[in-house]
Design a protein around this ligand. Structure first.
Ligand SMILES: [Zn+2]
Length: 475
């Protein structure tokens, strides 16, 4: 019932781009990928591997792990490939169909990359699948060819079909935003009723722990989710009524969390037995992003350009306030003591007050450093210890300072109310897209409107957002 309902939401047409991924040598971290591009009207098909991935701000050059590339037409005849740069394959001389095949090596399971091995196929889509410029709006169908005897299932927000190996997506943006884990994971799920709708939350966990540990973790995740829904008054209205936590807690995973519109990838080599609070914090952080950054979205990130770095001056809000709201709902759910919570925000205050980097950049300017610091790699030394303060940390401090200032000056109001106004004004209502992305000026306006004090909003932004002053934590 669930699958047939969803099928009607995405109609497959002749222009559907068809992907297939097979795993002939997953023990050596390889997958074989085939893409059939309907190419009528495209004399040259401009096939690309993404250079960037939404939610990560550096360039990652996913083409570096692609090899054994071939291209044929629909009849299987080889066609010419021209390489204008390291990221593209220009294919011409086809018969209206281009079949593009390649091998991908992938051995890092986190929010940015992919990993194929005996346990799993962990896939961040931009790191895995080539696409064609000019065909971004076409619907997509994919088949995951499950290795026989693997016991793999599919955890994904791709749209299911009646065939358990086949999924669809309405367009490239949705496809790329739907990370997928193939593994023998454990599944827990529950429903959340809010604002006249019922959403299903799924927690797909690949781990080596016990069912009892997972049940306890699920109960805690459920409590944190409920506290976050209470802040906004409703869920983030997932595109298909379902949100999926894809938790990869295997020893070969790398620590990370990556937000998406209807899902998140949580990866760690830690375990539920030893690292539960840390894992729960990441889970809460990424879930908060389903509102703040995925739908309450900086204008500079929308639409996302997979072929360049996507800088935003609002990451102090998108990442920083999400960081402020990482421990807070956990405390509200009673899963953290006041002392633990105080230690957490105390650490944030210390870091913000003492950071030498504040002399050089404002929070908006610090946000624009993201392409150089967010999982970015280069070999020359930097002076970052003296010049950089993370927009996560500074933004969390701004969240605290803003919350204290609102509570101190405007009885009965708090930062929760501002977040809810940002949600109704900029986030709520879109399906598959973000109808009203915001600028930093819009946040200032929302603060002015929410408090009814535009002078307060103006001063706060001049001092602490465009300027470099530390918020008054003693207020
Ligand atoms: Zn984040």
């Amino acid at each position: 019932m669930f699958a047939s309902l969803l099928l009607s939401a995405v109609t497959l047409v002749a222009d559907t781009i068809r992907y297939e991924i097979e795993f002939p040598d997953r023990a050596h971290h390889e997958a074989a990928i085939t893409v059939r591009f309907p190419a009528t009207g495209h004399d040259t098909v401009d096939i690309r591997m993404s250079r960037s991935s939404p939610g990560r701000y550096a360039l990652h050059e996913f083409a570096k792990n692609v090899y054994a590339v071939t291209a044929t037409d629909g009849a299987g005849r080889p066609v010419a490939i021209h390489r204008p740069d390291p990221y593209r394959w220009l294919v011409s001389g086809h018969d209206g169909t281009v079949v593009f095949r390649y091998t991908l090596f992938a051995d890092r399971a986190d929010g940015t990359y992919s990993q194929f091995d005996g346990w799993q196929a962990h896939m961040n889509m931009p790191a895995t699948f080539a696409w064609a410029a000019g065909m971004e709006a076409e619907p997509i169908a994919i088949r995951f060819a499950m290795p026989r005897g693997s016991g793999w299932r599919v955890a994904s927000q791709l749209v299911p079909t009646t065939d358990p190996e086949r999924f669809v997506a309405p367009d490239m943006a949705y496809f790329m935003d739907s990370p997928t884990l193939l593994s023998p994971f454990s599944l827990r799920e529950w429903t959340v009723a809010s604002a006249g709708r019922v959403d299903t939350i799924r927690l797909a966990t690949q781990h080596l722990g016990t069912d009892e540990e997972l049940d306890r973790y699920t109960a805690r995740a459920k409590a944190v989710v409920a506290e976050q829904v209470a802040i906004f008054g409703e869920t983030a209205r997932y595109d298909h009524g379902t949100y999926t936590f894809i938790a990869n807690y295997m020893p070969q995973a790398s620590g990370d969390g990556m937000e998406h519109r209807n899902s998140t990838v949580l990866s760690s080599s830690g375990s539920l037995a030893r690292n539960e609070m840390q894992l729960l914090s990441t889970l809460g952080h990424e879930f908060f992003h389903s509102w703040n950054v995925e739908r309450i979205r900086p204008a500079a990130l929308e639409p996302f350009d997979f072929f360049r770095a996507n800088p935003s001056d609002a990451l102090w809000f998108a990442e920083g306030l999400t960081s402020y709201y990482t421990p807070l709902p956990i405390r509200r759910a009673g899963l953290m003591t006041d002392a633990e919570y105080a230690a957490s925000i105390g650490g944030t205050i210390n870091a913000v007050v003492n950071a030498p980097g504040r002399r050089f950049f404002s929070p908006m300017e610090m946000s624009l450093q993201a392409p150089f610091v967010d999982a970015a790699t280069s070999v020359d030394p930097t002076n970052r210890a003296n010049t950089f303060l993370s927009y996560y940390t500074w933004g969390a401090g701004i969240g605290l300072g803003m919350d204290l200032a609102i509570r101190g000056r405007f009885p009965g109001k708090s930062l929760d109310g501002l977040m809810r106004l940002m949600w109704t004004r900029h986030g709520a209502g879109g399906r598959y897209d973000v109808p009203r992305p915001y600028t930093v000026d819009d946040i200032e306006q929302a603060l002015a409107d929410y408090t009814g004090d535009s002078r307060f909003a103006q001063d706060f932004f001049a001092s602490h957002i465009r300027g470099r002053d530390v918020p008054d934590f003693a207020a």
